[in-house]
Design a binder for this molecule. Structure first.
Ligand code: HEM
Length: 231
């Protein structure tokens, strides 16, 4: 079956509801994107505890595990996993539909700028997915960590980033996060109806400011360990 036939069959299988429409799936992407951006922002702020030393950082990690009698972390994980799943599903199905539509006859009208942006979103999204799996194995499960100790998240953080290859991968992944966030904040505010000449410079400043803040602070962690500022 050709890509176009697959997409038409997929659209028929999806029916005519909210999730079948590309606008519906874009709204799903925007809303789940807001949840994920919210998470990375809060996660970045939480990790600043590392600058205060071992005790505050371990105390914070303990709080995350025990909040709401231990149920909080599982509620939070369920929300995060659902958001990642829906976000990835919407992105994949919209990509397949767009690819099929282009083959059917819009090739001449292809917009170079938006194609570049969406291509960037695809590969930065794939690298981020690989990073998240690695990151969980590195600092939560500990099976790819040189000296993981479940009782000491601060030591895991420091010893983890003392390995230059691991620190380097974190830094590269944060640049992908930056690209993804910048374009994502911009396009999700568009999907949610905020694209208006009056708000465009505000949208651009918000996307740029939030991205620089999250990426800058996140990159500072491996650099602080590699330079011995955090030890
Ligand atoms: C340099 C930047 C980052 C640092 C230093 C960092 C640090 C950490 C640490 C120490 C933990 C383990 C907490 C614990 O189990 O005690 C953790 C968990 C986690 N991180 Fe990060 N993180 C960073 C970036 C990110 C990014 C960009 C994402 C997502 C795109 C992310 C997603 C997660 C998730 C999903 C968890 C697991 C939370 C859970 O226990 O369910 N992190 N991170």
């Amino acid at each position: 079956m050709s890509v176009a036939e697959q997409s038409i069959a997929g659209a028929e299988a999806r029916g005519h509801g909210f999730l079948a429409s590309s606008v519906g799936r874009k709204i799903i992407m925007a809303l789940t994107g807001i949840i994920l951006f919210g998470f990375v922002t809060v996660h970045m702020i939480g990790n600043t505890q590392a600058y205060l030393g071992a005790e505050p950082f371990n105390h914070y990690a303990e709080f995350l595990k025990t909040m709401v009698h231990g149920a909080g972390i599982w509620i939070f994980r369920a929300v995060l996993l659902t958001a990642v799943g829906l976000h990835t599903w919407a992105a994949l199905s919209l990509t397949l539909d767009n690819r099929a539509a282009r083959r059917v006859g819009y090739r001449a009208q292809e917009n170079v700028a938006s194609t570049w942006a969406s291509r960037t979103m695809r590969w930065s999204g794939v690298i981020l997915a690989v990073f998240i799996v690695y990151h969980l194995m590195h600092l939560t499960i500990g099976n790819v960590h040189p000296a993981f100790d479940h009782a000491n998240p601060y030591a895991n953080f420091v010893k983890g980033f003392q390995v230059p290859a691991a620190a380097g991968f974190y830094i590269v992944a944060q640049f992908c996060l930056g690209l993804h966030m910048w374009h994502g904040v911009w396009s999700c505010t568009q999907t949610l109806g905020l694209a208006h000449p009056r708000y465009d410079s505000l949208r651009r400043s918000f996307a740029t400011g939030l991205t620089i803040l999250v990426v800058g602070v996140n990159i500072s962690y491996p650099i602080a360990v590699l330079t011995g500022f955090i030890r």
